[in-house]
Design a protein around this ligand. Structure first.
Ligand code: SF4
Ligand code: FES
Length: 245
C-alpha cells in the first residue's frame, strides 16, 4: 500500500501496558490516537506517543534500521520489528501492540532478549572449539569460499528473538534452545575451524530441548527479518544427529 494514500489518517494504537515490578497493577490495553505521516513506521508512532502522550511508555530500539534487533514486538498478532513495519500496511488503522512472549518482560513492550540470547549462547557453547595452538604471526588459513559464504549467511542473525517468540515449542518448553540457538549450532557445525564432531553436537542438543524439540511448523522462518534458512538448517542438523542416537 502506498503511504501517500494513507497520510493524515487517524491511527488507533492499542498497547498492552504492564509493570511486573508493581504487583498491584493489572496488564491493561491503553489506546492512543496518532495522525499518520508519510513513511510512518510503528517505531516512529511509538516515539510520537512517548513524546506527546505517555512519557512512561517502555519499548526498546537502537538502530531504527532493522540491524540491532532491539525493537521486536507483537504487532496485530505477529512478531515483527517495529522499525521495519509501516503503519500503511494496516488498512483499518487499528494497530495492537504486545510484548514478545518467551522472554522475560521488563515493562510494557520491552523484553529481555539479551538475557535469553546469553543463556542460549552458553547452552550451545557458542564459540570455536579447537585444540590447535593459535599463532598470531602466521598467515590466515584459507577457507573454502562456499563454506565462508555459508558461515557469513548464518552469522547475519541479529538476535531479535522474533523466531523464538513465534515458535510453539519455545512457548511450551522454556529450556528449548530455539531456532536462533539451532541456527547458531549450524553455523559452528559447518565452520572448519571448529573441531567438534557430530557426537559432540548430539551431546549438546540431541534431546527435546534441542534439535528433536522442533515440530517443523516453520513460523520461525516465516518471521525472521533476515530471511535466514532456519528450517533447512534445522532439518540438516536433525538428519546429521539422528544417526548419533
Ligand atoms: S534467526 Fe532471524 S528471527 Fe531469529 S533471532 Fe536471528 S534474525 Fe531474529
Ligand atoms: S531499532 Fe534496531 S532493529 Fe529496530
Amino acid at each position: 500500500m502506498s503511504n501517500n494514500k494513507t497520510e493524515g489518517r487517524a491511527l488507533t494504537f492499542s498497547i498492552l501496558k504492564y509493570n511486573p515490578l508493581n504487583k498491584d497493577e493489572k496488564a491493561t490495553f491503553v489506546e492512543y490516537q496518532v495522525t499518520e505521516t508519510i513513511g510512518m513506521t510503528v517505531f516512529i508512532a511509538l516515539n510520537i506517543i512517548r513524546e506527546t502522550k505517555d512519557a512512561d511508555l517502555s519499548f526498546d530500539f537502537v538502530c531504527r534500521a532493522g540491524i540491532c534487533g532491539s525493537c521486536g514486538m507483537v504487532i496485530n498478532g505477529k512478531p515483527l520489528l517495529a522499525c521495519r513495519t509501516l503503519t500503511a500496511d494496516y488498512p483499518d488503522g487499528h494497530i495492537q501492540l504486545m510484548p514478545m512472549p518467551a522472554f522475560e518482560l521488563i515493562r510494557d513492550l520491552s523484553v529481555n532478549t539479551g538475557k535469553w540470547m546469553d543463556n542460549m549462547s552458553q547452552r550451545v557453547e557458542s564459540w570455536i572449539h579447537t585444540n590447535e595452538e593459535h599463532d598470531i604471526t602466521a598467515l590466515e588459513r584459507p577457507v573454502d569460499p562456499d563454506i565462508a559464504d555459508e558461515t557469513f549467511e548464518l552469522d547475519r542473525c541479529i538476535e531479535c528473538g522474533l523466531c523464538v517468540s513465534s515458535c510453539a515449542t519455545a512457548l511450551m518448553r522454556p529450556d528449548f534452545v530455539g531456532p536462533a540457538g539451532l541456527n547458531r549450532v549450524a553455523r559452528f557445525q559447518i565452520d572448519p575451524h571448529d573441531n567438534r564432531t557430530d557426537a559432540d553436537y548430539y551431546e549438546l542438543i540431541g534431546d527435546d530441548d534441542g534439535i528433536f524439540g522442533c515440530m517443523s511448523l516453520m513460523a520461525c522462518e516465516d518471521h525472521c527479518p533476515k530471511e535466514l534458512p532456519l528450517q533447512e538448517k534445522i532439518a540438516y542438523l536433525r538428519r546429521k544427529l539422528v544417526g548419533q542416537r
